[in-house]
Ligand binder design. Structure first.
Ligand code: HEM
Length: 394
């Protein structure tokens, strides 16, 4: 019997797959938890065990050939070449240690009351929309602005320039999709250049006038024996800003839609949020390259070959989650992989959890039971999210 080509079960460009990938992911997992995908040119892992192994296996690296900045693609590669996400030990350990040190210096805990205050302010706007229109877009009016405000607050980003962040970030992250166009590349290149130039200017200012913010701390660790180079600093800030809101917005929107359509009542915000992240995860595909031959599940990935962990598939694996397609707001334990695993495990997970718990709790307290009135998906597989999610009191 010839081995299964995963592309025959999971065509990532098929609108039906993008709209609801879960039956296709389940079919692939059942047929072959690790299979080669001719469309992607990589192996794909769909079981929890195989995805977990892909993320933890040290002979599978983020990138095999380092990104080389070139005239045509200079800023995008340059930003990514120096990002924690795209580096491997020893560089990764060094960058991660420096960033984590700055990141955990009480910044997340100090934000709690501020997140609640920002959420309340945005909810006042939602009430006005509701009165005027009979529903509101819980993404545009609430979930999208909140993480930007929070990450801007964390970094000490000037208020007047906060409107620049989301368009830059949205243009950059289109490069992570499987079907980007030349127009996407041009937009991403421009956004990278503008974003990097802005961060460099701001970092220079913080070097001479430090504040109590994360950017000042990142500049300070740079001055501390082992330091972030200025490229590394810019790459880190851009990564924090991108990671800091794209995944949070989509995690909120996907999870809220799953919850509201499940008919379940709310449980502990902490449990509810974990189930939101598991049931319809915002990030679906993370790729690694083998630096030597490695056995994943029952296949051998040869040195130089790539393999992708499909996190949405892992998070619906019936071998780990009872009734995986059901949304259970009190599911416990909930060992989902939405934040990854291993050395690249999400640095922002404590912030994302705090932000999601605070914002979901504030929303449900303000409105009680809500229902989805209209939901429009984005046509993307890797960063899974809604374009629009209109809700109204049930
Ligand atoms: C619901 C929200 C979020 C989700 C689902 C999420 C998910 C993830 C995942 C799956 C990874 C691992 C990538 C890999 O293995 O290649 C990751 C890494 C990372 N995340 Fe998050 N993230 C979220 C929010 C955040 C926030 C709020 C921040 C920062 C403010 C952040 C910063 C990072 C960074 C810096 C890394 C790279 C870590 C490393 O490579 O060592 N994330 N995230």
């Amino acid at each position: 019997m010839s081995p299964l080509d995963a592309a025959t079960v999971l065509d990532l460009r098929d609108p039906a797959v993008v709209a609801d990938p879960y039956p296709h992911l389940a079919a692939l997992r059942a047929a072959a938890p690790v299979a080669h995908h001719s469309g992607l040119g990589t192996w794909v892992a769909t079981s929890h065990a195989a995805c977990s192994q892909v993320l933890r296996e040290r002979s599978l690296g983020r990138i095999f050939a380092p990104r080389v900045p070139d005239a045509d693609w200079e800023t995008f590669n340059w930003l990514h070449a120096d990002s924690i996400l795209d580096s491997e030990p020893p560089k990764h350990s060094r960058l991660r240690r420096l960033v984590q040190r700055a990141f955990t210096r009480g910044h997340v805990a100090r934000l709690q009351p501020r997140i609640a205050e920002l959420a309340d302010g945005l909810l006042d706007g939602c009430v006005e929309r509701l009165d005027a229109m009979g529903s509101f877009d819980v993404l545009a009016d609430y979930a999208e602005p909140l993480p930007v405000l929070v990450i801007a607050e964390l970094l000490g980003w000037p208020e007047a320039d906060q409107h620049l962040l989301r368009p830059w970030s949205q243009d950059i992250v289109r490069m992570y999709e499987v079907n980007q166009t030349p127009a996407d590349e041009t937009a991403a290149r421009r956004a990278c250049g503008e974003f990097a130039a802005y961060v460099e200017g701001l970092a220079a200012e913080r070097a001479s006038h430090p504040g109590a913010d994360l950017l000042s701390d990142l500049v300070a660790v740079r001055d501390d024996g082992d330091r972030l180079s200025s490229h590394e600093l810019v790459a880190t800030v851009v990564l924090l800003l991108n990671a800091g809101h794209e995944a949070s917005v989509n995690g909120f929107g996907n999870g809220l839609a799953s919850y509201l359509t499940s008919g379940r009542t709310a449980a502990e915000p902490a449990l509810l949020v974990e189930e939101m992240l598991r049931h319809d995860s915002p990030l679906h595909l993370f790729e690694r390259t083998a630096t030597s031959d490695v056995v994943i599940g029952d296949v051998t990935v040869r040195a130089g070959q790539r393999i992708s962990a499909l996190l949405g598939a892992a998070n619906r694996d019936p071998a780990v989650f009872d009734a995986p397609d059901e949304f259970r707001s009190d599911r416990d334990p909930n060992p989902h992989l939405a934040f990854g695993a291993g050395i690249h495990f999400c640095i922002g997970a404590p912030l994302a959890r705090l932000e999601l718990q605070t914002s979901v709790d504030a929303l449900l307290r303000r409105f009680g039971r809500l229902e989805v009135v209209d939901a429009v998906r984005r046509p993307t597989f890797v960063l899974r999210g809604y374009e629009r999610l209109l809700v109204a009191p049930a």
